[in-house]
Ligand binder design. Structure first.
Ligand code: ZN
Length: 133
């Protein structure tokens, strides 16, 4: 559609299923560093590392409000994210809903992300954040 020579600029994010057991979640603590089990729905974000773009992954359930807001700056709808069309219908639907609400459903947050040290402020609860600093 937009074929204006910008090319790679349009990407930056993608949804897919972990193809190996080797990637790690780069989402917020305490999930950060936990393994993305093969088959897990995940979100990839491109990061420049020493001049080379590489994909950083996190559980789909570790997609924070901030990430949704950043994606929305570049994309009008979840359908525009790379890989969306390859997701199962069920997953497409939950991503669409989460995109609108800018947060994933509670049931989709992985158990590893809801430990007692979970930083809920990062999931869009600024009220609970201000009191302690
Ligand atoms: Zn995670």
């Amino acid at each position: 559609m937009s074929d204006d020579g910008e090319g790679k600029k349009s990407g930056g994010y993608k949804f897919d299923y972990a193809t190996t057991n080797r990637s790690q979640c780069k989402g917020p603590k305490p999930c950060n560093g936990t393994k993305l089990v093969k088959g897990t729905l995940r979100l990839g974000v491109v990061r420049e590392f020493r001049g080379h773009p590489s994909w950083i992954y996190r559980h789909y359930g570790c997609t924070t409000k901030k990430v949704f807001q950043n994606m929305k700056k570049s994309f009008e709808s979840a359908e525009d994210i790379e890989g969306f069309a390859e997701l199962t219908e069920t997953d497409q639907e939950k991503v669409r809903v989460a995109w609108e609400k800018e947060e994933v459903a509670a049931e989709d947050i992985p158990a590893t992300a809801v430990g007692k040290f979970a930083q809920w402020s990062d999931y869009g609860h600024p009220d609970s954040e201000a009191s302690r600093s």
